[in-house]
Design a protein around this ligand. Sequence first.
Ligand code: ADE
Length: 240
Amino acid sequence: MRIDIVTLFPEVALAPLSDSIIQRARAAGIVEVRAHQLRDWSQDKHRRVDDSPCGGGPGMVLQPEPLFAAVAALRGPDTRVLLMTPQGRPFKQALARELAAEAHLLILCGHYEGVDQRVIEALVDLELSIGDYVLTNGAVAAAVVCDAIIRLLPGALGDARSSEDESFSDPQLLEAPSYTRPIEYRGMRVPEVLVSGHHGNIVEWKHQQALARTRANRPDLLVPHMTNQRPARGGGCELL
Ligand code: ADE
C-alpha cells in the first residue's frame, strides 16, 4: 500500500508514523508513506495557500489551486482521495478495514476554517472525521487514520490475532479487561477464572466483562442494535 499525505505540517503527520510497529511496517516495505508540503504547490510568490472566506466570517479557507495541483501530481489510477475534516464521516474500525484494502490513499489535511468546497466536490472521494472535536489541523487526524489502517495490513502486527480479537472487531463490543503476572499485586488478585485453565469459562467470563464494560463506557454501541438475542461474534447484541 502507498499513502501520500498533503498538509501544511508534514513533520506532524509523519512523527507518530516514524516509530515502533508502524515504522517497522514502513521499513519492511508493507506500506510506503510520504508527507508533502502543500505550499510546494502554491502559485503565490509568498507561498500562500489560504484566503478569507467569501461572504465573510472568521478564519481562513484553503484555496483550491494548490490542492488541485497536489492531487493532479499525486493521484494515480487506483487512488482514493480522503479529506480530514471535522465535518467528515466518522472514522471507525470497519472503515479502517475497508481502507486497508486500498492500493493508494491520498490524504488531504484541512486547516483553518476548512477547504474550498470545490475541492471536496471535484476531488474528494471520502471526507473523514476522527471524532466530535476540532483539532488545530488535519495532520494529527491523518496520522491517527494511517496508524489504524497500517496496523491492519498483513504482516504489520507480529501476531495477526491481535487485530482480530480486540475492541471493535465486533463493532458493538469493547474488549474485555486484561491481566498479567504477578497473580497478586498490592492485594489485588487476577480473577480466578483466568488462571483456572478452563477455556469455556474464560470465554464466557470475557464476554460478560466485555458487555459490562460496553454498558458502562459506551452504551451507545449497544442501544441502536438492541435485540434480546445473545451475540454471536461479529453481530447482534444482548438485551441491556
Ligand atoms: N481536523 C480538525 N479536526 C478534525 C477532526 N476531528 N477529524 C478530522 N480532521 C480534523
